[in-house]
Write a protein that binds this ligand. Structure first.
Ligand code: TYD
Length: 136
């Protein structure tokens, strides 16, 4: 991972044969944390912008299990866009990174694996507050 990268693109091993492909994720070598929650997003308008928040503590691995979309990440100094379009890669985003995601293909399904249970207190939804927090 380059030091300026705002997230890490994980490459998952594929178990495949003539019948198709399978990816298995378990905490350990292939996966960075214990998964406490899974949610998925689909049926999103192509030009919708979702996210627009950062997390104080939570980490996520984002997998585009079908179709494609763009994740735009921002750490207050740099911005970086990741195009997700395959189920065998996961975007590992740590805490304190502002994310927006957009450019959804009609068949896009985004699956999110999270290190914490849902807790609105963990969200920073105001960009100015996000910038203030990372300065501290
Ligand atoms: P939100 O975080 O705004 O979605 P996105 O970042 O993808 O735009 O969440 C949308 C709604 O879903 C909001 O009412 C909160 C709810 N929600 C849960 O109840 N549990 C969850 O795990 C998540 C992620 C969201």
């Amino acid at each position: 991972m380059k030091s300026k990268d705002l997230a890490q693109l994980l490459e998952f091993p594929i178990h495949g044969d003539k019948n198709g492909k399978l990816v298995a994720l378990e905490k350990g070598a292939d996966f960075p944390f214990e998964i406490k929650r899974v949610y998925y997003i689909w049926g999103t308008q192509a030009n919708a912008v979702r996210g627009r928040h950062a997390h104080k503590k939570l980490e996520q691995v984002i997998i585009c299990t079908s179709g494609s979309c763009d994740f735009i990440l921002d750490n207050g100094n740099d911005s970086q866009t990741f195009h997700l379009n395959t189920p065998h890669q996961g975007l590992y985003i740590k805490n304190n990174v502002w994310r927006e995601f957009t450019n959804f293909s009609p068949d896009c399904v985004v699956m999110v694996l999270a290190s914490e249970h849902y807790n609105e207190e963990d969200y920073i939804r105001d960009y100015k507050e996000f910038l203030k927090n990372i300065e501290q």
